[in-house]
Ligand binder design. Sequence first.
Ligand code: ADP
Ligand code: 5GP
Length: 200
Amino acid sequence: MKPSPLVQIKLIVISAPSGAGKTTLCKKLLEDFDELILSISTTTRPPRGDETHGREYFFVSKDEFEKQIRKNKFAEWAMVHGNYYGTSKEVISSAAEQGKTVLLDIDVQGAASLRNLYSKSCLMVFITPPSLMELGKRLKARGTDNEQAIEKRLKNAASEMGRTSEFDHVIINDSLERAYEELKKLVKKHLLRPATDLNG
Ligand code: ADP
Ligand code: 5GP
C-alpha cells in the first residue's frame, strides 16, 4: 500500500464468531458515534434476505474477487466459511480522508492481518457469546442461515474463540445492554487517542 503521508487513520476492529452479536453491536456504535464509518467489505457470499450491494457488502463473483486479489486491491482478505471476504484499501483510505475512524466487522484472520499493518492505530475487540450452545440458539433464531451453514459456523466458532489472546479486549455478549456499555467505553477512549499515519 502506498499511503499519502498526510492521511491519518484510526481503526476499530470487531471480530467474533458468527452469531455472537457483532453486527448488532456495530449498528449501535454507528448510531451513537458520528466519528465512525463502517467499512463495507467485498464478498463472494450470496446476499441474505434484503441485503443490498454496496450497503451490507459489495457482492462479487469468485472470478472478480480473485481479479481484485491479483490487482492488490485488498488491505486484507480471507476465506471464511467457504467464501472470500476482503477489506478494500480504497474503503479504508477514503474513510481516513473524510477524517473518520473506520469500524471493521471482520474475522480473526483479517483482524490479524490489519493488526500487522496498522498496529499503532488499531483497537482490536473480540466479542464472545456466553457459550457455544447460546451461539447455536442465536444463529437459529436469526433465521438467516440453513442448518448446514449453521453447523459450519459453529464448528469454526470453537477455533475462532481459541484466538482471543490476539485481541486487546474480549467482551462477553451476555446481556446486550451490558456488553454495549463495555464496548462504548473502549470506543470513547480510542476516539480520544491521536491518529497515526497510514503506515501506523
Ligand atoms: P453476528 O453479526 O456476530 O453474526 P448478529 O448481530 O447478527 O451476530 O446477532 C445474531 C443474533 O443474535 C441476532 O438475531 C441478534 O438479534 C441476536 N443477539 C445479539 N446479541 C444478543 C444478546 N446479547 N442476547 C440475545 N440475542 C442477541
Ligand atoms: P457473514 O457472512 O455472517 O456476513 O460474515 C461471516 C464472517 O466474515 C464474519 O466473521 C465477518 O466478520 C467476516 N467478514 C466480513 N467481512 C470481512 C472482511 O472484509 N474480511 C474478513 N477477513 N472477514 C470478513
